[in-house]
Design a protein around this ligand. Structure first.
Ligand code: C2O
Ligand code: CU
Ligand code: CU
Length: 510
């Protein structure tokens, strides 16, 4: 980020301060302070129940649960489960799902990464009132992959995902099964989410001006709804399916000893081959499919999974220090801190420094029949030169109102982009703001062509549905729109940005 952008932000902030004292005065929760916690790494990790049926119901309910020790929090469960159940299906299945909305707000489920008909996609216009049910019926006809599902009502996606609605939807197919990847006990789905706990250990979600602008950050990382659990493994390969299910936090995930592991898949399924890496960066909505070889450890060893937090106010300042070689004046830092203090923002990294959030305990030495394959699948992407058109999508910052798309905020039925069915298009996301935006397009998988700010990470080289667009950056993606005719959305997957209107409709027309 450049200094002028930083100053722009500061002056925007100052503008808010002078313009809306009333809004600033009503800061409710005390978000800071220590929170009483369970002893770190003392509880075994649990996994949500798995659904392996093609006809079932999902009932969303309000509940109270102890999440991080301390007092119980108000949460939403699905079939009594938090996080939501893992749905495992086969390519070729026809699913029939009744979504029963028994929470206190309107709601609707979206199948993130699935290509389904428009009325099955969970468009916010289809949200159902409390007490009502939405019937889904669609075919699974796409590659195996780590997909997920979550609520999508207009302006309420953030709070509903935050309070616990959202789970994995794993699609399997014959091609993937032939690889004999680690499965059963050796396949571990992890939903990683940042939450804010108050000093009584209760999870809180209340937005102030700063949160609306930046997204809702927290002070604690949960994995599968648990704080600092441990998981026992043996000396073999494990398949880790990671989902960053945070509202706003972008994180770089690694092993605490910095040992390498392999990325084998991402949002849209397998990559062409395993890539050896020592970390993977996921923004909200993105997934990574990893293989970790625990045979390099001995029984009795432990290794942790840790996160470096990249965005938020702290991340932004750190970023500037890095890039400008510490060229920021102290006065600016102080002003930023003062501004945060006044606005009650919880985005300060001093509240969450990241670090270890899950411990692997190597408890058993065993032979591992699995051998890392040289290749995984053949990926063939269309040629960018064959694109029917390039569509420029400007990510903009509207004074006092937050981030928008092409200068406009979401309107339920306004068609913002018309796309011909079957068209091959380049979408060019131009980020004119001073913060990153993970951009997601419904019912498509795209190939990321390039990012102006650097090269693509290995997990960005396969088929994706969500891509991080850093501050000031332009990212181009190539996609063919072959879903059914109808209305769908694309949006920023920072859920406060989405709820604040950083979302637009596109219509597939014939
Ligand atoms: Cu995961 Cu429209 O979202
Ligand atoms: Cu989606
Ligand atoms: Cu955004």
């Amino acid at each position: 980020m450049e200094r002028k952008d930083f100053l722009k932000l500061v002056s925007t902030g100052a503008g808010i301060l002078t313009l809306s004292p009333a809004l600033l005065a009503c800061q409710s929760e005390n978000k800071g302070g220590p929170n009483p916690s369970v002893d770190a790494f003392s509880r075994p990790l649990s996994f949500p129940e798995e659904i392996r049926a093609s006809e079932f119901e999902l009932a969303a309910e309000t509940a109270r649960r102890k999440l991080a020790g301390g007092a119980a929090s108000d949460v939403y469960t699905l079939n009594g489960s938090l996080p939501s159940p893992t749905i495992r299906v086969q390519r070729g299945d026809t699913l029939s799902i009744d979504y029963r909305n028994r929470i206190d707000q309107e709601s609707i489920i979206h199948w993130h990464g699935l290509v389904v008909p428009p009325d099955m996609d969970g468009h916010p216009k289809d949200a159902v009132r409390p007490g009502q049910t939405y019937n889904y019926r669609f075919d699974i006809d796409q590659r195996a992959g780590t997909y997920w599902y979550h609520p999508h009502p207009d302006k309420l996606t953030g709070p509903q995902v935050y309070r616990g609605l959202g789970g994995f939807l794993l699609v399997e197919d014959e091609e993937e099964q032939a690889l004999n990847l680690p499965s059963g006990e050796q396949e571990l789905p992890f939903i990683i989410q940042e939450k804010q706990f108050n000093d009584r250990g209760q999870m809180v979600y209340s937005l102030n001006m700063m949160d609306r602008m930046m997204g809702y950050f927290g002070n604690t990382l949960l994995v599968n709804g648990m704080k600092a659990p441990y998981h026992e493994v043996s000396t073999r390969f494990y398949r880790l399916r990671l989902l960053n299910g945070s509202n706003a936090r972008i994180m770089e995930l690694a092993l605490s000893d910095e040992n390498p592991f392999y990325v084998i898949g991402n949002d849209g399924g397998l990559l062409d081959r395993p890539y050896e890496v020592s970390s993977v960066t996921l923004s909200p909505g993105e997934r990574a499919d990893l293989l970790v070889d625990f045979s390099r450890y001995k029984a009795g060893d432990t290794v942790r999974m840790s996160a470096r937090l990249l965005n938020g106010m702290g991340g932004m300042m750190e970023d500037m220090m890095d890039r400008d070689g510490g060229g920021m004046m102290n006065g600016e830092v102080n002003m930023m801190e003062r501004m945060q203090g006044m606005m009650g923002g919880n985005s300060n990294n001093s509240q969450n420094k990241g670090g270890a959030f899950l411990e692997f305990r190597i408890t058993r030495e065993t032979e591992d029949p699995f051998r890392l394959p040289q290749t995984l699948t053949e990926l063939s992407f269309p040629d960018a030169a064959d694109a029917d058109r390039t569509r420029r999508i400007d990510l903009t910052m509207e004074m006092m109102q937050g981030s928008a798309i092409n200068g406009r905020f979401f309107e339920m039925l306004r068609v913002d982009e018309k796309v011909s069915q079957g068209a091959l298009e380049i979408w060019e996301f131009v980020n004119n703001t001073m913060m990153p935006h993970p951009m997601h397009i419904h019912v498509t998988h795209f190939k990321v062509l390039d990012r102006s700010g650097g090269s693509l990470a290995p997990h960005e080289r396969g088929w994706k549905d969500t891509v991080r667009v850093d501050a000031g950056e332009t990212v181009r993606v190539l996609t063919e729109f072959d879903a059914q005719e109808g209305l769908y959305v694309f949006h920023c997957h920072n859920l406060e940005h989405e709820d604040n209107g950083m979302m637009a409709n596109f219509e597939i027309i014939s």
